[in-house]
Ligand binder design. Sequence first.
Ligand code: BGC
Ligand code: ZN
Length: 366
Amino acid sequence: MKAIAVVPGKPDSVHLADLAKPAVDDVPGGRGVLVKILRVGVDGTDKEINAAEYGAAPPGHAFLVIGHEGFGQVEAVGPNVSEVKPGDYVVATVRRPGSSLYDLIGTNDMTTDDTYFERGINLRHGFLTEYYVDDAEFIVKVPQGLREVGVLLEPLTVVEKGIAQAYEIQRRLRVWRPRRAAVMGAGTIGILATLVLRLRGLDVTTFGLTRKPYLNSDLIEALGARYESTADLPILDGGPFDLIFEATGYSPVVFDSMQALAKNGVLVLSSVTGGDRKVEVPADKINLEFVLGNKVMVGTVNANREYFELGVRDMAQAESAYPGWLGRLLTHPVKGLENYRELLDTLTTARGAIKVFCEVAELGGG
Ligand code: BGC
Ligand code: ZN
């Protein structure tokens, strides 16, 4: 079967590879689930893997199949799988357990191991292929009514984890009634964070670089949130905020966000910044306000099954509260694995793209 792969360490090596079709029995204990891939989203991570900034092939392989935002349909299950059945729509989680305590208790997103295993990213093949097989443990069912937008689940889970962790941390306050939230960045993650915070009833301001109106600001305003361009309203003038979700990919914004945080507030950092940028900051002032204001800052990456299930519920709520809204994020479909060049080019150059994805196979009827 066809697969889109890269040669890790070799820039712009994206190519079409050939893989054997997996089988349900590849997974021990009768727990295998064979999934036919329908759609796979791509994001900055795929861009950086193709640029050879990171990514590693599975042991014994010269290439890595990319794609970690997979959406598919179950084709067959092992004898000990009761959670899903053939025909069900599913999304697989990305990270696979290592050996730390956190991995052993099903929270591999919190691993303390230095080496981590992520499908389509590090040491495990991804989903830009025709079929995959995995343990039922890592397969999450998506209701049929969400199949048009199911490919958005994985990016949504990154947001779900960050926000759930913020609420979990704020239990330190006994009573926490956040009112004002800010989202830094109006890309795919920023838009999805705006959605989740609006579903939680917060008053949300989302900051982006571009002046409105454009699709991203329209989507944000359609949720009843405010869109601000930092060209007109500096982050510092917009605060204070009880909760801030940072997703710009530009690390200096972290320090502005720290200063825009309200007393007792929580700042969630989700940008993966691989560079070595340096900035000068008012360190005494930031530190003093953090100490005197009992503020907290937390980093977040990846998501475990719990957040995928939370994401499914929020998608269902989003479809009923804002019908058709999620579908508007699916801006750039590219048909067929063989069009991998177009897929990567669209990802790197398309203007106004929110979600670029590969239509590997038709969604089909019923
Ligand atoms: C993925 C996460 C992953 C992270 C770091 C992101 O693009 O969505 O699942 O943990 O990259 O590899
Ligand atoms: Zn991703």
